[in-house]
Design a protein around this ligand. Sequence first.
Ligand SMILES: [Zn+2]
Length: 147
Amino acid sequence: MSSAYRILCLSHDPALTIETPDWNRPEHAEAAIRDGVDGHTDCDLMIGRYSYPLIAIGCPRTFDLPEHLRGTVLRCCHGSTQWIDKGWLLLLTAAYQSNDPAMRAAIEAGNHGCLPWERLRRLRVELGITVVGPEPYPSIGFVGEKP
Ligand SMILES: [Zn+2]
């Protein structure tokens, strides 16, 4: 089954899908981000892989994202797109919002470079999740305004 690829802008809250041609290879989305997306050159962009619905999220090559995001919004650094399956996104989202001490310890211990809470929170519509808490982990990546 073939997949489709769209660019998501996480500088919007919630993230929005950028209108693009129908892409069936991730390289199309990667090239568009590398070349700069009209109106989104300063934005935090990710790639959605759809087999309708969404099945994975790709964090683009670090060098292709705006420099001002590095170290704040972006804690990650990689030379090619990092793909994260939706199942893991949902588990991580649940863990971020859990009050279970073991879950909180696991979250605090991890790096989660591509997926600080703020990025996951902004993907809530795309992921079909309900955000139940306010900023639960300011120390590991909550930036920006309150919900
Ligand atoms: Zn990343």
